[in-house]
Unconditional design. Sequence first.
Length: 94
Amino acid sequence: MNKEDTDIIMEDTTMSAVKAYRRIYSINEAAEELKVHQQTLRNWERHQLIVPMRAAQRRIYTEKDVSICRKIKEFSLKGISLKRIKELIKNISI
């Protein structure tokens, strides 16, 4: 199987997973919903606080992802470090 075939299969699998959610958000929509900059979401991803799905090199945020981001934002506004937030998020079921 070549890389092109693998990419097609991965994209098809991702799109099937995306269809299972009632609401999905692009990075623009998620940032707007959360009232944060897109770069903030990318930063949270770099720190492994959130792991959005991807389709065709684009991030796709589910309702659950956005709920987690709300918690991250809440903790961040209270001055909690991203390292500590990562620990807190692991213990929260959303």
